[in-house]
Design a protein around this ligand. Structure first.
Ligand SMILES: [Zn+2]
Length: 222
């Protein structure tokens, strides 16, 4: 019976009540409780007090769903370390909603922020790739893995400002298939911006026209 129940409908990820059309992952009440950035807003232009604290000189636009707070501070680790598919699906759908409302030009390539092969081996999957799976199906043909992580880096949050910059030096490599393309980088969390910016810089160095960034959450870092 439990199996049949799970098969035919989803319960709300936050309150366990049945969702409206059985396919939604959040009920309307819980959804209305979330504190989200308005759909389609670009953090670089609409929230300069926040974006001025992150490194973004190689990035043309940033879409974020929420600040790193409840319930994203639960959902993101669930997705990242416990392969929680429904958390990834819900956050991927939320990102997709933002992108559908953005005023950005047409995106040619969508790229998950790559993780190093050693970390991939430890974790078994890349959480950014998981998010990309739930971004609009019509966009799937645009999914690209031209960008790779060549250096096993320490988590940025464990380092000071100077170390963080050093840590990201030559951390990425990119194929020249990005030449002349507008790229969307997808990640779970932005903290200092160093990682995303280094990735974007590598894409630009390889001939990409512009790099946009979409992340589920932004974490304020001191
Ligand atoms: Zn609910």
């Amino acid at each position: 019976m439990q199996f049949i129940k799970q098969f035919f409908h989803n319960d709300c990820l936050l309150c366990d009540s049945r969702t409206q059309n059985n396919t939604e992952l959040l009920c309307d009440l819980c959804r209305s409780d979330l504190d989200l950035y308005p759909l389609g807003t670009d953090l670089l232009y609409s929230y300069t007090s926040i974006s001025s604290h992150i490194i973004h000189n190689a990035i043309t636009g940033i879409a974020v769903v929420s600040n790193y707070q409840w319930p994203f501070e639960q959902w993101i680790p669930q997705m990242k370390f416990h392969n929680h598919i429904n958390s990834a699906k819900l956050m991927g759908q939320m990102l997709n909603e933002h992108l559908a409302n953005s005023l950005w030009p047409t995106i040619d390539l969508i790229m998950p922020m790559p993780i190093h092969s050693q970390r991939l081996l430890q974790r078994g999957y890349n959480q950014a790739e998981l998010l990309c799976k739930f971004i609009d199906h019509s966009a799937h043909s645009k999914l690209s893995h031209a960008l790779t992580r060549t250096k096993y880096t320490q988590p940025q949050t464990e380092l000071n400002k100077i170390e963080r910059k050093q840590n990201m030096k030559q951390a990425f490599a990119c194929e020249d298939t990005v030449k002349g393309k507008t790229v969307l980088l997808v990640d779970d969390v932005i903290t200092t911006g160093h990682t995303a910016n280094a990735a974007a810089q590598e894409l630009l160095n390889s001939g990409a026209t512009a790099v946009y960034l979409a992340a589920v959450a932004i974490r304020k870092y001191n």
